[in-house]
Design a protein around this ligand. Structure first.
Ligand SMILES: O=P(O)(O)OC[C@H]1O[C@H](O)[C@H](O)[C@@H](O)[C@@H]1O
Length: 539
């Protein structure tokens, strides 16, 4: 079997890259008046204008050849068919089943999972309705006004991102907070101004073993948040979301108050499973179902659209183009929306935990680059901070720019100004400004003010940021990640790289807590740091 870089499609792309790598977007646009229309695709309610990328029609054809050669469509179909494509964990990858409509059949190991998904959704909806209506009360009879999701990674980033993105749809009389960090300050800040009698904790953890989440106050453990009240206080103030029933019981939460999901849902692909319970309580079951419908629309688009019209495939292939041929190390995600401010952080886990891999599916070390570094902030904040480097720095940083045509709450001219900035940035990044172009400047300053342009962008536009659109957008990136991983022939669904740090931390914890000086057998740096900490702690 030839490795990826020996395949004909890859080699064709390499030769093609050598030919067009210096072509400027100014020339490419000047040569073809139809360029924008040619490189715009629409699907599942989203528009992707990818014309401001450093590509030609030939590039696109070569990238699509690559997709065919890497059998992306077949791999995608295997995922939808419940095959165990997460090879290192021998698991199916079925987040698409989480948003399959009732009645659809998706099987793994001969078992249709869709009825299970809807049974949990129905339980979540009944519970969310009770909390929202005030029927579900705290143990002293007070209405629940605060919901605190305790979880980390995939059990945190999705819920927090979705809550902030969909704030206009959420119950404004309730407070939602998210505790992730094992730093006690996180719990303290989230709870200090809340009344325990009005607070519901959603303990979210796929495994129910994660140190951070398991360290938060246990039901009935001593402490102001859990100590008081009769025995049924726990049942009224703690619910769990997990795949680990035994772990939930051991933790002290009645499994009657547990919402399940399954090992075929990766943590970073779980915001639309029971992990979305806090989201559902915030926005209500109907809006949550709209969110799922948006995910499903994009799933269907990804499953059925031909590659040249398939938004996630195009975005995935473009990421490969810059990552592997232009040597771009990073990808910036820049949503022009205050509500989307945690979207880049959400995508960091989705993309970097999925595609930050060094061996291929056959466990051989790869000899090509895999997943890019993902980063970003909302526009226009980024413009006044790091855009300088994107415009004039020496590194190539492809950018995804995301905008919404209609504001949910119009406020004077604000939306026009926001969108003008979005379009202006894409224009400036692509075309730049030569020395001869206005505005003119004192000659001595001119070289500093030249902006080369030729910085590639994707423009993603949606009608408005509603639950359906959010679902579409998340699924767009999920499937773009899938496409990249399929090209690189890696397991996008495991995360072994995070394990070593956990093991070492568990070894160091007793060393920090031991009364007598422990025998330290680390390297000299780690030994000295532990000793410094112990000395400080004991002084
Ligand atoms: O949901 P949990 O089992 O608590 O896991 C929370 C997170 O921690 C792990 O270390 C993984 O890297 C993440 O993929 C996961 O989302």
């Amino acid at each position: 079997m030839p490795t990826l870089i020996e395949t004909p499609a890859w080699q064709a792309l390499e030769a093609h890259h050598a030919k067009i790598k210096d072509a400027h977007l100014r020339e490419l646009f000047a040569e073809d008046k139809n360029r924008a229309a040619k490189f715009t695709a629409e699907g599942a309610g989203l528009l992707l204008d990818y014309s401001k990328n450093r590509i030609t029609e030939e590039t696109l054809a070569f990238l699509i050849d690559l997709a065919k050669e890497r059998k992306i469509a077949e791999r995608r179909d295997a995922m939808f068919a419940g095959e165990k494509i997460n090879v290192s964990e021998n698991r199916a990858v079925l987040h698409v089943a989480l948003r399959a409509p009732r009645g659809e059949v998706i099987e793994t190991d001969g078992h249709d999972v869709v009825p299970d998904v809807h049974a949990v959704l129905d339980r979540m909806a009944a519970f969310a309705d009770k909390v929202r209506s005030g029927e579900w009360k705290g143990h002293t009879g007070k209405r629940i006004k605060n919901v605190i999701n305790i979880g980390i990674g995939g059990s945190y980033l999705g819920p927090e991102m979705a809550y902030l993105a969909l704030r206009p749809y959420s119950d404004r009389d309730m407070t939602f907070r998210f505790v992730s960090n094992v730093d006690g300050a996180c719990f303290d800040e989230a709870t200090r101004d809340l009344d325990p009698e009005e607070t519901l904790f959603v303990i979210s953890s796929k495994t129910f073993t994660t140190l951070e989440t398991m360290t938060t106050p246990r039901p009935r453990a001593p402490g102001p948040w859990t100590r008081s009240g009769p025995k049924d206080a726990v049942a009224k103030h703690f619910v769990a979301v997990s795949t680990n029933t035994e772990g939930v019981e051991k933790f002290g939460i009645d499994t009657a108050n547990m919402f399940a999901f399954w090992d075929w849902v990766g943590g970073r692909y779980s915001m639309d499973s029971a992990i979305g319970l806090s989201t559902m309580i915030a926005i209500g079951p109907d809006n949550f179902r709209d969110l799922l419908a948006g995910f499903h629309e994009m799933d269907e688009h990804f499953r059925t659209a031909p590659p040249e019209k398939n938004l996630p495939m195009l975005m995935g292939l473009l990421t490969v183009w810059y990552n592997n041929f232009f040597g771009a190390q990073t990808l910036a995600v820049l949503p022009y929306s205050e509500h989307m401010k945690r979207f880049p952080a959400y995508l960091q886990q989705l993309q970097m935990e999925s595609n930050g891999k060094h061996v291929d599916l056959a466990a051989a070390h790869v000899n090509y680059q895999t997943g890019p570094i993902i980063w970003g902030e909302p526009g226009t904040d980024g413009q006044h901070s790091f855009y300088q480097l994107i415009h004039q720095g020496t590194k190539l940083i492809p950018c995804d720019l995301i905008g919404f045509l209609t504001p949910l709450r119009p406020l004077g001219r604000h939306h026009d100004l926001l969108m003008a900035n979005l379009f202006a940035q894409a224009e400036a990044l692509a075309f730049g400004k030569t020395a001869a172009e206005p505005p003119s400047s004192p000659p001595a300053q001119t070289p500093y003010r030249v902006t080369e342009g030729n910085r590639p962008t994707n423009m993603i536009l949606a009608e408005r940021l509603d639950p359906k659109t959010l679902g579409r957008l998340v699924a767009l990136y999920e499937h773009s990640v899938f496409t990249q991983g399929a090209v690189w022939d890696i397991d996008s669904f495991d995360q072994w790289g995070v394990e070593l740090g956990k093991v070492l931390a568990n070894r160091i914890i007793p060393e920090l807590e031991a009364k007598d000086p422990p025998k330290l057998t680390h390297d000299s740096s780690t030994n000295a740091l532990i000793e410094r900490y112990r000395k400080h702690k004991l002084s």
